[in-house]
Design a protein around this ligand. Structure first.
Ligand code: GLA
Length: 761
């Protein structure tokens, strides 16, 4: 049963205890309210324990202050830079008179219980200037995730420059030899698991690219002694909910204490808060479990499903929301005015509701046609897609004016009438007539210099005066920090969604930022673009989703370059990687699902040999890998033989049967291709009655025999029936002896799919 989350406040002692489903987190006021000292993060605590912990910690025991450097390495929940602090600070502010350190006092708390959540906010006011910092904590009924963020408000009469502002500072308990696991990669090789043993000093992982990045993802696990396994051991895990440049610092201080902190990347960033301004820093949720890496992932998955995916703005980090103007909502395609910003956060955002819907089986034309999309060609593909059971048909890049290759067209979001003489209407109608919903690719934050948009507005892109405008994939980045540009972007996509029955948008972003300048704002804080771009993007997406509630979104950035919990508030799914080679995908998917649930992991079955790796694999193998997430088809169906079409139809029908288990079930990673002779995942419904196992073998090696696969989390005393063969097993047998895998496991790239159903008695 889901345990209600709660916050216990001991007023006399000045402590707070956050109580999650099965863990506890505590802190308390110290130094007469000048500091908020961290006390505990781990197993649940009795309500009176934090006060006792503070009595020790508040007295600055030698354990926390044994450095001879004079530094005060005290575990403060949020560290304003100043005094003898030399570890990574949380906040660095500069006041109008040149003062560059902050001293503050606790002033107030607010506690709010809403459906399924409790939010605690603590205000700290600067002792001399008008800056107030609010530390926010949110706990969720039935979950162990603790969400943290901070809000900075300038209530004084002069500007305050914020040069570093973290979302959270997470202290870990004192243990020996921490292991850090994180995700790294590149284009076509996203979300690869890496690990490092932390020694004294700092390990900094970051993106300076303006987007989440392929290179590093803002997720981590930390386990003491490197002892946790998939099934056992203490694990602390965090994941920043932000889709722009970020920085996470893992610092083992010279006195031996570990903290993981970060948020917005401070590199090249500064925000000047004018009197009355505030900035909401991105949410930085984290969790503790003693159930190993698998339990940490399952907690992330379940929490994301219940509280993140498509929920919009939970903390207020987005800017004003863009909404359609009356003129734009009219059917006239000539309407030129864009959206208007609406103040305040999205009403109803973050509130619980029905869980995310099952992902439809999708077809995408990109690998089949590249830019050569035409009405006839797409209709032919759509007919074949419908025949094998596809439910959503998506036209990728190439449909708009001037877009015959990647040198031109971005920015001119009107249909190319040489490819679609009567607009998108007839194709959408045909796709709908075939029983499928229609989806469209867009890349609205970008412009090709060879476009009417750029010719009309060369100043709409990020650039520095007298410097090269560095192109990447022949494109430049639009300055979404400019309200007129944000309004224009909103208007373009709103128009497309208003004029056509589009039910799905693949929102791409194919290059990082360079020359992040805004010359017209020189002297007025152009460095804020790093944050304002993302806030604007969130606002546009929130506005589009509010104006078109039936439309679903996919986050794409040259593959999986924008995969994070911030964008997931505005997207039902994520394009995992442009690398669709099934064998490579197993590794990418293993990393991706460390934090993101399988239902958002878009995975296509494409042609063999693969266009990128030239590896050959059977249709069945390619399907079995893609079925581990949200299934899509991305091959050139016009070239699939009748046999392949029939096999695909059968596999898609099977996927539809297992889809609720895969997409809404619990994921157990049974074996990894990195350490075992094969990879295998088990999916289990919450009620434990349905089980799906997917297993994949790579290049064969002789003498391996036929391995049995030990399953997880079953009821040892229950009987399970193989839904295909009728074979029956005891749960105990499957847990301890393992599932004998069907058929001969011979040859390269072979796979198995097993469905088990628990017998009623
Ligand atoms: C990016 C995406 C691809 C495809 C192309 C189109 O690379 O990741 O899936 O949409 O852009 O140009």
């Amino acid at each position: 049963m889901a345990v209600a989350a709660d916050v216990w406040h001991d007023q006399a002692a000045g402590t707070w205890l956050l109580q999650t489903h099965s863990t506890g987190y505590a802190f308390g006021l110290a130094d007469a309210g000048a500091a908020l000292r961290h006390l505990h993060w781990g197993p649940g605590l009795r309500a009176e324990v934090p006060a006792a912990l503070l009595a020790v910690a508040g007295g600055e025991p030698p354990r926390w202050d044994r450095s001879r450097s004079g530094a005060r390495e005290l575990p403060d929940e949020y560290v304003p830079w100043g005094g003898l602090r030399f570890d990574e600070p949380s906040l660095k502010a500069e006041y109008a008179d040149g003062t560059r350190s902050t001293e503050w006092r606790y002033v107030a708390q607010r506690l709010a219980r809403q459906a399924a959540t409790v939010t605690l906010e603590l205000d700290f006011a600067d002792t001399a200037y008008g800056l107030t910092t609010t530390l926010a904590y949110r706990v969720y009924d039935g979950f162990d995730v603790i969400e943290r963020w901070a809000v900075l408000r300038n209530g004084g009469g002069h500007p305050v420059a914020i040069r570093q502002a973290h979302s959270a500072n997470w202290w870990l308990p004192d243990r020996a030899r921490w292991r850090l696991r994180y995700l790294h990669g590149g284009w076509g090789a996203e979300t690869r698991l890496a690990e490092a043993t932390l020694g004294p000093g700092k390990l900094v992982l970051e993106s300076r690219r303006g987007t989440t990045s392929h290179q590093f993802n803002p997720w981590f696990t930390l386990d003491p002694g490197g002892q946790a396994t998939e099934d056992n051991g203490e694990v602390w895990s965090g994941a920043l909910a932000w889709s722009g440049s970020w920085k996470l610092v893992y610092e083992l201080t010279s006195a031996g204490h570990l903290h993981a902190c970060g948020g917005l990347n401070d590199f090249d960033w500064m925000v000047r808060l004018l009197p009355g301004d505030k900035i909401v820093l991105p949410s930085f949720p984290a969790l503790y479990t003693d159930g190993g890496f698998g339990a940490a992932s399952r907690e992330w998955h379940a929490w994301a499903r219940a509280h993140v995916i498509g929920r919009g703005d939970r903390t207020g980090v987005a800017g004003p929301r863009w909404r359609a103007s009356a003129a734009l909502r009219s059917p006239s395609p000539e309407a030129s005015s864009g959206g208007r910003p609406e103040d305040g956060s999205t009403p109803g955002a973050g509130q619980p509701g029905p869980g995310p819907r099952l992902r439809p089986v999708l077809y995408n034309s990109w690998e089949a046609t590249s830019f050569a999309v035409t009405q006839d060609g797409q209709e032919r593909l759509a007919e074949r897609a419908a025949r094998i059971g596809v439910e959503r048909f998506v036209v990728d890049d190439g449909w708009f004016r001037g877009r015959d290759n990647d040198h031109a067209g971005l920015g001119d979001w009107t249909v190319d009438d040489t490819k679609f003489p009567y607009g998108l209407g007839p194709l959408v109608k045909r796709v709908n007539g075939l029983g499928m919903s229609f989806g469209l690719w867009v890349e609205p934050e970008m412009v090709n210099p060879d476009s009417d948009l750029y010719r009309a507005h060369p100043d709409w892109v990020y650039h520095f005066a007298h410097r090269t405008r560095t192109e990447h994939r022949n494109q430049l980045v639009l300055n979404l920090a400019r309200p007129d540009v944000a309004e224009w972007v909103f208007g373009q996509i709103d128009r497309l969604l208003t004029e056509n029955n589009i039910e799905f948008i693949k929102w791409d972003m194919n290059r990082p930022f360079s020359e992040p300048g805004w010359p017209a704002e020189a002297g007025r804080n152009p460095e804020r673009i790093w944050v304002d771009h993302v806030r604007s993007l969130y606002s546009i997406l929130d506005g589009l989703r509010a104006a078109h509630p039936g439309v679903e979104f996919e986050s794409c950035s040259g593959g999986g370059g924008r995969a994070d919990l911030g964008i997931l508030g505005r997207a039902e799914q994520i394009w995992t990687s442009d690398n669709t080679d099934a064998w490579d995908r197993i590794l990418i998917q293993e990393g991706f699902t460390q934090v993101f649930p399988p239902q958002v992991m878009m995975a296509w079955v494409t042609d063999s040999p693969n266009w990128w790796t030239e590896r050959r694999a059977s249709l069945r193998f390619r399907f079995h890998v893609a079925m581990a997430g949200a299934l899509g088809i991305g091959g050139d169906l016009s070239r699939w033989t009748e046999r392949e079409m029939a096999e695909a139809a059968e596999l898609i029908a099977t996927y539809k049967l297992i889809r609720p288990v895969i997409q809404h079930g619990r994921l157990y990673r049974l074996a990894s291709v990195t350490t075992d002779p094969y990879g295998a995942c088990q999916y289990l419904t919450d009620d434990g009655t349905q089980v799906v196992i997917l297993a994949w073998w790579g290049p064969s090696s002789s003498g391996g025999g036929r391995p049995a696969l030990r399953l997880a989390a079953l009821d040892p005393g229950a009987r399970y029936t193989d839904a295909d063969s009728g074979q029956e097993y005891w749960g105990a047998e499957l847990l301890h002896e393992g599932l004998p895998l069907p058929g001969a496991i011979r040859g390269d790239f072979v796979s198995a799919l097993v469905r088990l159903v628990r017998r009623a008695s």
